[in-house]
Design a protein around this ligand. Structure first.
Ligand code: COA
Length: 328
């Protein structure tokens, strides 16, 4: 059976930078509160366009890096909770905009663990031997579902897209070496969008009642995220006999700096070996982990042979981890 490697990675951050001072101007909040409680200093807003546009830009960067055209892609998996529309899938829209005329694909809803779930899924198509190039995209236009009058959630999120290319590799020592995923649907109440689906279809009243936004019990999510993300990261290390000194980088979902620190602490990994960009982008949901990979690979800090552990926790609840020996 094939080993599967990440052979290219791209990140697209929209141009508009929104600093914490923006929220100070109209909400009862401060830059100091936001920085100390979350680690976020600024985030990006996509002013024109949709999630598919974030995904397309990220995909173009990844394809250019690999030096291949869009027609070589076999399958596109888009992790998102902010699809352009219910149907067709954002994957279909990206396929068209990108010109990936030989690809099929689908959207995958795993919230903040969407990228981990999508990579775990993409790996199967290549291991099966039926696909050679699977494009996995994590993209979310979180501003499209953010209640900007709610200080509890407005400050947390941003827009972004990132993509990786999965391909078979001859060398079993490199690539995606292990993964583990979990889900506990009893967490729905703590983090969800109330209306717009088949349970509560959109009406004038649901709009008035602000039921189309992110609803989060931050404290409840924080408590389970701290445990879940650390547990799954330690499990990945133990399953693969990795000691903390063997891990070149922890690549955590970027939801809250304190959750990231606590995960690193449980793994025995100093913060110098933890990828962090939450200060500049906030929580971009499915895009956070691949955006870190793209930035750290792009500036040379992530190197061939590095053992890295990807870890996430999000709505569902969903959580998961991936062990990669970086191969490019
Ligand atoms: N500015 C100032 N005060 C704020 C605020 C803001 N932007 N947002 C919340 N507060 C207030 C709260 O209203 C609360 O006030 P109260 O005690 O008078 O009710 C107080 O700060 C403390 O709130 P609390 O919820 O305990 O803060 P916290 O330390 O848990 O931080 C979050 C809040 C949302 C940053 C944090 O809980 C969190 O990150 N949760 C997890 C998010 C997450 O991982 N989501 C996963 C999906 S990706």
């Amino acid at each position: 059976m094939n080993t599967v490697a990440i052979t290219a990675v791209g990140h697209y951050a929209p141009e508009k930078v929104v600093p914490n001072s923006h929220y100070e101007s109209y909400l009862d909040t401060t830059d100091e509160w936001i920085v100390t409680r979350t680690g976020i200093r600024e985030r990006r807003f996509l002013e024109n366009g949709a999630t598919s546009d974030l995904g397309v830009e990220a995909a173009k960067i990844a394809l250019a890096q690999r030096g291949i055209g869009p027609e070589e892609i076999d399958c596109i998996i888009v992790a998102t909770v902010t699809p352009d529309m219910f149907f067709p899938s954002t994957a279909a829209l990206i396929q068209h905009k990108l010109g990936a005329k030989n690809a099929w694909g689908f959207d995958l809803s795993g919230a903040c663990s969407g990228f981990i779930y999508a990579v775990s899924t993409g790996v199967q198509f290549i291991k099966a031997g039926t696909h050679k190039k699977v494009l996995v995209i994590g993209a979310d236009k979180m501003t499209s579902i953010t209640d900007f009058s709610d200080r509890n959630t407005a400050i947390l999120f941003g827009d972004g897209g990132a993509a990786v290319l999965l391909e078979p590799t001859d060398d079993p020592e490199y690539g995606i070496l292990d993964y583990v995923n979990y889900m506990d649907g009893s967490g729905m109440e703590a983090l969800h969008m109330k209306a717009g689906g088949s349970a509560i279809p959109s009406t004038e009243q649901t709009v008035k009642d602000k039921m189309h936004y992110i609803h989060q019990d931050g404290k409840a999510v924080f408590k389970v995220a701290v445990v879940g993300m650390a547990d799954v990261s330690v499990e990945i290390m133990e399953r693969n006999n990795l000691k903390s000194e063997d891990v070149a980088w922890l690549v955590p979902h970027q939801a809250n700096m304190r959750i990231i620190q606590s995960t690193a602490h449980r793994m025995g990994i100093p913060m110098e070996r933890v990828m962090v960009n939450i200060d500049r982008y906030g929580n971009t949901t499915a895009a956070t982990i691949p955006s870190c990979l793209a930035e750290y690979y792009g500036d040379g800090r992530l190197k061939k042979g590095d053992n890295i552990v990807l870890a996430s926790f999000g709505a569902g609840y969903t959580w998961g981890g991936i062990y990669v020996r970086w191969s490019i």
